[in-house]
Design a protein around this ligand. Structure first.
Ligand code: ZN
Length: 152
C-alpha cells in the first residue's frame, strides 16, 4: 500500500475514516515508521489543542488590549513629532544662514553705502522673524496633517 496522504492520517486520528479504509491505513502504519511517526505527531497535537482551550478575553482584558494599542499609537505619534521638530530645527538653521547671507548681500550690494553692524543686525532680525512666522505656520499645518494621517 502506498503512503496515505496527510489528510487521511488526520481523518484516521479524528475517527472520520470509513471502517474499511481505517483498517487499511492502520495496517500500513504497522509497516511504515514514517506514517506511524506522523500519526503520533497528529495525536500529540490534537491532545495539546484539547488541553489548551482558546482563551476568551473578558472585558478588562479587552480594555487593557485597547489601551496598550492606544499607547503604542501615542508613542509613534510622539516619535513622529520629535522627528518633525528635528527637521524643523535644521530647516530653521538653514533659513537663518540663508536669510543672513541674503540680507547682508542686499544691504551691502554694490552701489550702496556700507551699513553699520547694528543696522544690519536689525534688518536681519526683521527678515528672519518674517520667515520664521511663515515656517512656524507651515510646521503647524504639517504636524496637524501628520496627526490626521496617523488617525490618532
Ligand atoms: Zn507510509
Amino acid at each position: 500500500m502506498r503512503c496515505p496522504d496527510p489528510v487521511q492520517l488526520e481523518a484516521l486520528v479524528d475517527g472520520e475514516l470509513p471502517a474499511d479504509r481505517a483498517a487499511g491505513v492502520t495496517r500500513h502504519l504497522e509497516e511504515c515508521p514514517a506514517c506511524a511517526t506522523q500519526v503520533r505527531r497528529i495525536r500529540q497535537l490534537v491532545a495539546l489543542l484539547r488541553q489548551r482551550s482558546v482563551p476568551v478575553l473578558d472585558e478588562l482584558e479587552v480594555a487593557q488590549l485597547v489601551e496598550s494599542v492606544r499607547r503604542k499609537a501615542e508613542v509613534k505619534r510622539r516619535l513622529t513629532f520629535a522627528a518633525w521638530r528635528r527637521s524643523l530645527v535644521a530647516a530653521s538653521l538653514v533659513l537663518a544662514l540663508g536669510t543672513g547671507a541674503l540680507t547682508w548681500y542686499r544691504l551691502n550690494s554694490p552701489g550702496r553705502r556700507p551699513v553699520a553692524p547694528d543696522a544690519f543686525a536689525l534688518a536681519l532680525l526683521h527678515e528672519h522673524r518674517r520667515y520664521e512666522v511663515a515656517l512656524g505656520a507651515a510646521a503647524d499645518l504639517g504636524f496637524n496633517v501628520q496627526v490626521a494621517v496617523l488617525g490618532q
